[in-house]
Design a protein around this ligand. Structure first.
Ligand SMILES: Cc1ncc(COP(=O)(O)O)c(C=O)c1O
Ligand SMILES: N[C@@H](CCCC[NH3+])C(=O)O
Length: 416
């Protein structure tokens, strides 16, 4: 929140009044603070000091090229989950030797692209994926460096939809199966097993699940080494939560200190893949108020941003703080809803909200992660613009979409 603050009664991002951005770029618009990105990245990075480490930014949280370029310039690596994210990461200037590639469903084309860029490693999630990698690496004269993504069977105690490290999840490989997969790799010519990877979930607000899962991953590192593998990397994944409302979240330092003895004893290079922690608080969604209306029993503020722009409230019932651009606003009990034709289209429900009038602008906070990156064109709504602020400067880093963008690639066949 520090980079978003009231100055002279007006909400600013760094040194820029948000009124100026709303006027200049229109609404809805995502606004990101360079200082907040840098501060959070350095905080995570600094927490690992004393350990050989690399902080990879989870591109899925925010894939904007300018955001990625800012983080790449600070020395961050990238955690990607698709060929599209690889493309973005390369365009943004990440060093391929700092890129790790996760995901349960990597296609042959995506694996080939990763091999082509000589990325640091693939976080492999199945036997089939390993076989593909061996075949493709062989065919193209490459070496595939891999980590096995294990499913440590730990409950991260977060929302069901974003919990990945429990036994019912599609992600990862059970630790005992990881051993038999590793043995299989011994018969491969082009695959080097160099790491163990875990990622237990997102918006995790407790340290204990990390302690438990990292111990399991570190035990697997030891076991694999005893079987002759040169395991040099231990990837603890991402997932550290942020304060959306009143959550008591551990700091990166608290997290790392709790797992430091295990990490240090592993003598491996430690990787982490934070997304939300770095980008979440660095972004706000500005939305203009279109109408006020009274339903049967509810008071509605109808905004120009909807679930297609920020889906987290609809999808997870997520809470995002809503601030007025002018500090002195009155408050009212209301729902902040969007224009989309779904009852689930809301940004805030039954909340004490700024008593905004038509034409006012509201700031939906902590929207820098899984905001624009999950936006869609549902209801044929062009996706919003994105702006990056640095000090007293700001720039549009993604133009608002226009109607022709909506039908790009669509074709009407001759038989019509
Ligand atoms: C493999 C992997 N790494 C990293 C992340 C980033 O998670 P977060 O944004 O919670 O830090 C995710 C998403 O949860 C993921 O699936
Ligand atoms: N999209 C989710 C996080 C999922 C993380 C994906 N690995 C959110 O907004 O909280």
């Amino acid at each position: 929140m520090d980079e978003f603050h009231y100055r002279g009664g007006v909400l600013h991002c760094e040194d820029v009044p948000l009124h100026e951005i709303a006027r200049g770029a229109g609404t809805p618009v995502y606004v990101y603070s360079h200082a907040a990105l840098e501060r959070a990245y350095r905080e995570v990075e600094g927490a690992f000091s004393g350990l050989d480490h690399l902080v990879c930014f989870a591109v899925k949280a925010n894939g904007n090229l300018a955001v990625l370029r800012a983080l790449a310039s600070l020395g961050a690596g990238a955690d990607i989950v698709s060929g599209g994210e690889l493309y973005r990461a390369m365009r943004a200037g990440f060093d391929p030797k700092k890129v790790v590639f996760a995901g349960v469903g990597k296609t042959e084309q995506e694996l080939k692209a990763g091999l082509g860029e000589r990325i640091l490693m693939f976080n492999v999630e199945s036997a089939g994926e390993l076989e593909h990698l061996e075949r493709l690496a062989n065919l193209h004269g490459k070496r595939a460096r891999v980590a096995l993504r294990i499913n440590p069977g730990v409950d991260p105690e977060t929302h069901d939809h974003i919990s990945t490290g429990n036994v019912e999840s599609k992600f990862g490989i059970p630790p005992d199966e990881a051993l038999s997969l590793a043995e299989k790799i011994k018969g491969f010519r082009c695959v080097d097993l160099i790491g163990v990877h875990q990622h237990i979930g997102s918006q995790i607000v407790k340290v204990a699940p990390y302690v438990e899962s990292v111990e399991r991953s570190a035990a697997l590192v030891e076991e694999l080494r005893s079987r002759g593998f040169d395991i040099r990397y231990l990837n603890i994944g991402g997932g550290l939560g942020i304060r959306y409302r009143d959550e008591e979240t551990p700091s990166p330092q608290e997290l790392v200190d709790a797992i430091r003895p295990t990490l240090a004893a592993s003598k491996a290079r430690v990787l982490c893949e934070m997304g939300r922690y770095i980008a979440g608080p660095a972004g706000a969604l500005l939305t203009g108020v279109l109408y006020r209306k009274r339903g049967g029993q509810r008071n509605f503020i109808v905004a120009d941003a909807g679930m297609n722009d920020l889906i987290r409230p609809s999808l997870y019932g997520a809470y995002h703080e809503v601030l007025p651009l002018d500090e002195e606003a009155d408050h009212t009990r209301a729902d902040l809803v969007g224009p989309v034709c779904e009852s689930g289209d809301f940004l805030a429900r039954d909340r004490d909200l700024p008593d905004a009038r038509e034409g006012d602008v509201l700031a939906v906070m902590n929207a820098g992660a899984y905001g624009f990156s999950m936006a869609s064109n549902y209801n044929s709504r062009p996706r919003p613009a994105e702006v990056l602020v640095r000090g007293d400067r700001w720039a549009i880093v993604r133009e608002r979409e226009h109607y022709p963008d909506l039908i790009r690639g669509e074709l009407v066949p001759a038989f019509l």
